[in-house]
Structures are given as structure tokens and as C-alpha cells.
Design a binder for this molecule. Sequence first.
Ligand SMILES: *[C@@H]1O[C@H](CO)[C@@H](O)[C@H](O)[C@H]1NC(C)=O
Ligand SMILES: *[C@@H]1O[C@H](CO)[C@@H](O)[C@H](O)[C@H]1NC(C)=O
Ligand SMILES: *[C@@H]1O[C@H](CO)[C@@H](O)[C@H](O)[C@H]1NC(C)=O
Ligand SMILES: *[C@@H]1O[C@H](CO)[C@@H](O)[C@H](O)[C@H]1NC(C)=O
Ligand SMILES: [Zn+2]
Length: 432
Amino acid sequence: MSCRKAVTSASSNFSLQSLRHLLILSSLCYLISGFSERDRAHHLMTTYPLIDGHNDLALQLRIHHNNRLSQIDLHDVSKLATDITRLQAGHVQAQMFAVYVMCGAQEKDAVRLTLEQIDVIRRMCTKYQEFELVTSAQELKNSKKIACLISIEGGHSIDSSLPALRMFYQLGVRSMALTHTCNTPWAESSSKLYSVYQRQNNSLTHFGKAVVEEMNRLGMIVDLSHTSWETSLAVLNHSKAPVIFSHSSSYSICNHGRNVPDWLLLELKKKRGLIMVNLHSKFISCRDEANISHVADHFDHIKKVIGAEWLGIGGDFEGAVSFPKGLEDVSKYPALIQELLHRNWTEGELADVLRRNFLRVFEEVEQVRNELNSIPPSEVQIPMEEVQNPCRLVLRPPDPRGLPSDQGPSSGPPGLLILAIVLLPSSVFLIE
Ligand SMILES: *[C@@H]1O[C@H](CO)[C@@H](O)[C@H](O)[C@H]1NC(C)=O
Ligand SMILES: *[C@@H]1O[C@H](CO)[C@@H](O)[C@H](O)[C@H]1NC(C)=O
Ligand SMILES: *[C@@H]1O[C@H](CO)[C@@H](O)[C@H](O)[C@H]1NC(C)=O
Ligand SMILES: *[C@@H]1O[C@H](CO)[C@@H](O)[C@H](O)[C@H]1NC(C)=O
Ligand SMILES: [Zn+2]
């Protein structure tokens, strides 16, 4: 018998005793229903544990420990929002760990720094037996641990090189955001923080399209978080596989440039993609404070516009500073699920949001890779004039006169060569 029926039948037979029953019964019901939503959330997340789209733990390991894992015990890190104990408490079964290299490294040592961040994630996910590095949808599904997926955050990490992209794939990278807060020579960022590679009406260049094609061929997920809407649209038009926003929220609810407007959500759905909602307060309420209701508003809105099949969660813990009240760290995800249950989301919808949508996208990306397996690795190269910078050398035998033969006209004294580099457009050097 349901609570409501019990209360109704008790109240229909009015007497002092039944009034007492009624009172006891309704407070009991209150308690049960109060607890049961919380219990339902935990139970649901035990059956369908979360695959989270974005976490910057590796960035914090660099900032605080210069990647020396020996200095820290990741079971319990109170100064951060992420550790193994709280990942387990939050029912996080898989985490995309971001390989993030600041835009200031573009045209400098971005590739080295990227390798070092991949290394620290690989070491972390090997050292702790609670973690397991996975590189396919099947391994992700089979894993009984916290599955680690590696994703690069910012196309500047490949230094405009498809061979570098392929080698990152070999190291286990299964997703890449095309930009961070800087444009690359081939794709446009949502941010105007850096003035590098300004362009008009060319938000995804010929080489940018080749990057998307190569990612499709490899089976690497294209991530549009941080790219401009124009670039996102061009990628959605060009990609053969579904793409994701790994950590972006709804622009209709909070009009921040990092969020996704409804028209773009509709394009994303047409391409069978996925938006994983970012929990950072600035993208949730457009202010420094937010709460779970504000977050749930993003979920309700996106569901209303495109449905729950194209939705996920990309917390952005360790990559941002302020998180909503009640969602301060990775152990708090059940509170969000509880709020969505309270808002009448079905368990099926929530199972989709928690993991089934991501698994579907990952499998479809792998399916496209399988279909493209007769295509050889791309030999497209970015035109030299699009990547003019003093760090980019062309591999040639050394000039017998000891003059670097790869940075300009081979005739003329070294002094002139240095002058030519200094006179290059200053925007090339404006990195930070
Ligand atoms: C870019 O495209 C818009 C509309 O598509 C047009 O109005 C504008 O003139 C174009 N700008 C350039 C530099 O081509
Ligand atoms: C989409 O691609 C087609 C063909 O490749 C092209 O003609 C069209 O302009 C593209 N649209 C956008 C919005 O990029
Ligand atoms: C969240 O904050 C809003 C005000 O911005 C308030 O109306 C709402 O009740 C709060 N929700 C929770 C769960 O605290
Ligand atoms: C959830 O559904 C119940 C019963 O159908 C209804 O009374 C309640 O208003 C709904 N809640 C929300 C937030 O839509
Ligand atoms: Zn980010």
C-alpha cells in the first residue's frame, strides 16, 4: 500500500485513535519519502555509476607538486575537491582526466608539457590499484575500478602536427578539445583572452578539417568545449562521428560564452552528440555563487530543448574555483541526482545521463573508426606560412657555415636573419 493510500484510508475512518494513527503514519511517510529520494539516488548510481567528462586533477598535481606523485597520497587530499575516497563516495566509475597545458606554451614547449601531463595521468592510474587506465568503450564497461580516460584540453597541444596527434593517440589519449582559451592556427576559441591567430570567417581552416578527419579516423572523440560557436558549427558539419562538449552548460540559463546556445544544441543532437554539463558556478548562475537548483535548471532546460539522450555530466573539478553549494567536491554527485529525481526525472533518463549516453557516443566514435580503417594516416601538413614562429624548425642537414638554414633565406649574414625574426608581426609573439 502506498503512503498516500494508507493516509487516506486512515483519515476516512475518523476517530481519536485513527487521528493518532494518521499523525504517526504521515510523519513516517514524510521520513520515508525524505530518505527514499536520497536512497534512490545512491541505489541508481550503484547500478549506473557516473562517467564524468572533465577533471583537472593533473593540473593540480603540476601546480602543487610539480608532478611528483611521491609527495602526495591521492586517497585523501583535503585541499582538493578530488581524491580516491571521494570519487568512490560519489559513485564516479570513470573520469576523463584532462591533459591541460596553458596557452602560454603555444609555439613554445606545449608538446613537451603535454607529454608530461599524459605521463603523470598514466603513472597515477597505474600506481593506485583503485584506478585503471582504459582506452576503449569495452574496457570502460568492463572496468571494476575507477576507469581513467585521457583527454587533451586544447589543440595547441599538437603544435599543428597530425603525427603528434597520432602519437598522443598511441599514448592512450581518446579525446581532444580543439582549443582552450587561445585560437590555434586552425581553430577558433570562445575566448578573446589571447590575441593570437585572429581570423574572420575561417573558424575551421583546411588544416583544422584535416585534424577532425584524422580524429575520426583514429577514433578520438572531438571535444567542442572552449571552441567558438562558429568553430563548433563547422566541426559538427564536418565530423563523421558524434562530438561532445565535455564541460559546458546552457547559454539560455546563463549567457556565458563557454555555454551552448539552444540552436547549437539542436545541431549537436542532429549529429548524435553529447553535452556534459559543467558545474562551475560562473557557468551555472553567471555569478560566483550557485546551488543545486541552479544546476538542475540547466538539466531541465537542455532536456526540454533536445531530450535527455544527449546529456551528461562534466564536473570541471580542479579546473575551476567556485562550485555550487551542495556540490563542492566529487563525492557530492548523488545530491544532484537526488534533485533531478525530485524533479521527476525517470531512472531511465538518469541512467542515460550518468553513463549510457557517453558510452553510446564513444561506441559510435569507435564504429566510425572501424568504417574508416581502409584510409591511410593523413599526410596533410599545415602550410608553413600559417605557423611562422621561431620555434618551428624544418629538419635539414646542418648548414656547413653553421647558419641555421631553416629560418629564412639561406643567403645573408646571421644578423639580418635575427632582424627578420624580430620584425615578424608582433602578434606572433603575444602569447600571454
Ligand atoms: C564574415 O561573414 C559575415 C556573414 O557571414 C559577413 O557579414 C562579413 O562581412 C564576413 N567578414 C569577412 C571579413 O569576410
Ligand atoms: C557544411 O558543409 C557543406 C559541404 O561540405 C558546405 O557546403 C557548407 O557550407 C557547410 N556549412 C557550414 C555551416 O559550415
Ligand atoms: C537556490 O538559490 C535560489 C536563489 O538564487 C533560491 O530561490 C533557491 O531556493 C535555492 N535552492 C536551494 C536548493 O537552496
Ligand atoms: C512530479 O510529479 C508529481 C506527480 O505526478 C507532481 O505532483 C509534481 O508536481 C511533479 N514535480 C515536478 C517538480 O514537476
Ligand atoms: Zn576547461
